[in-house]
Design a protein around this ligand. Structure first.
Ligand code: SF4
Length: 416
């Protein structure tokens, strides 16, 4: 979501006559699009901001803007703490970047923007094959560890007509894949629900693949599962955050489901769409998590065998109920549990990937591989990265590739 917001801010700046540079010492404006979902992201921002402060000494006309969730949370306090900052813009106010640049007075834009879903901003897309498309903003779920409902505001769905127009234009511009973005896409609701939206977008000629993130397990409906099964452009991949295998911890997290509820959804998904790839998020070391709770998460991983996970240690976030919870675990316990989770999942992912060896996969080629410039890189419908040798003219096309080698995070293939 933040990367997409950055593309929008770049689009606004391009319209204002700015150009992008990789060399920060040449910049007239530096925009930090911050994330506060975890403490580490905040620390990274602070050290980058320190570097920018020195650039301002050699280039006094340099402007510094801070956008994103840290900006939203800290607002005016941020300017007091860091007087070198010129503009502060929360995620609901990125469209005001344009106005901010027209004034020399320091500006703060962190107010609620109830119209955010109606804004169609210019986007400078980094990729030319796959594009992100926001379908909704904010979240109403208030998971006890999460800052999003406070920084991105309450849930608002974008009108289906605007989404359709954006996807139609992307197809006309040669894009082949769209990823629909929302904190909880399953609860999309405008003049139609999420299933209706998928059916509508499935009619856009030229778009070969439709993906979506993120789905909330509580709201994953049978009709959505049927859509994944029946709509040819909707990919067989779902990211369904579990967070913990312990019902007690799930309750403390305010997730709104039990493990039993979750696994029934997985069973239904696999029954209807046997080839579906399922990925998840896990938080290890939530306050008061016992060894038994941790073991329940390990057991969940072994039982479900996800295709991949994003796992992190619990990071207390100011302004969330979890910050006040008793039973905060020491860092070494959190890390040790996290490593255990990652080790077990590495083994599961490798075993799952082994099943691809010798199979022929349809790959949407995204471009040159990030790890080997002699190879092209693309993804399977299940979102697995495949690197293979082929002519550069394959970029942006669907090609058949035989999987010849399996790595933990990617597959190696041979174009056929
Ligand atoms: S559903 Fe996701 S975005 Fe919404 S509060 Fe929970 S973790 Fe945060």
């Amino acid at each position: 979501m933040n990367m997409y917001d950055s593309e929008k801010m770049a689009g606004i700046l391009l319209e204002e006559g700015y150009a992008l540079t990789d060399e920060s010492q040449k910049a007239d404006l530096i925009v930090f699009n911050t994330c506060s979902i975890r403490q580490k992201a905040e620390q990274k921002f602070k050290s980058e901001l320190g570097r920018a402060k020195y650039l301002k000494k050699t280039n006094p006309s340099l402007k510094i803007a801070v956008a994103g969730c840290i900006a939203q949370q800290q607002g005016r306090a941020m300017l007091k703490k860091y007087p070198n900052i010129d503009y502060v813009l929360g995620p609901q106010n990125i469209h005001k970047l344009k106005d901010a640049l027209k004034t020399d007075i320091t500006k703060i834009f962190v107010e609620e923007n109830p119209e955010v879903q109606y804004m169609d901003l210019p986007v400078l897309r980094k990729e030319s094959v796959a594009a992100w498309v926001s379908i909704m903003y904010g979240c109403d779920n208030f998971c006890s560890y999460c800052i999003v409902p406070y920084t991105r505001g309450r849930e608002r769905s974008r009108p289906s007509k605007n989404i359709y127009t954006e996807v139609y234009r992307l197809a006309s511009d040669g894009f082949k894949e769209v990823t629909l973005l929302g904190q909880n896409v399953n609860s999309y609701r405008s003049d139609m629900d999420f299933v209706g939206l998928l059916k509508l977008l499935n009619t856009v000629e030229g778009i070969e693949r439709i993906r979506f993130v993120t789905s909330h397990p509580r709201d994953l409906s049978d009709s959505l599962i049927t859509c994944i099964k029946e709509l040819p452009r909707v990919c067989e991949h779902i990211h369904l955050p579990l967070q913990s295998g312990s019902d007690r911890i799930l309750k403390l997290m305010n997730r709104g489901y039990t493990f039993d509820h979750y696994i029934k959804k997985i069973e239904r998904l696999r029954k209807e769409v046997p080839e579906i790839a399922i990925t998840t998020d896990i938080i290890s070391g939530f306050p008061s998590e016992t060894e038994a709770d941790h073991k329940a998460t390990i057991d969940a991983l072994k039982t479900i065998e996800f295709d991949g996970i994003f796992a992190f240690s619990f990071s207390p976030r100011p302004g969330t109920p979890a910050l006040e919870m008793e039973g905060r675990l020491p860092d070494d316990v959190k890390s040790q549990r996290l490593y255990e989770i990652l080790d077990i999942q590495d083994e599961i992912t490798t075993n799952k990937n082994m099943k691809f060896k010798g199979t022929i996969q349809e790959i949407l080629v995204e471009g040159v591989s990030k790890t080997d410039s002699d190879k092209l890189s693309g993804r399977t419908r299940g979102n697995k990265i495949v690197n293979f040798r082929a002519d550069n003219s394959c970029a942006g096309r669907l090609v058949s590739v035989e999987i010849v080698k399996v790595m933990r995070h990617s597959l190696e293939g041979k174009a056929i």
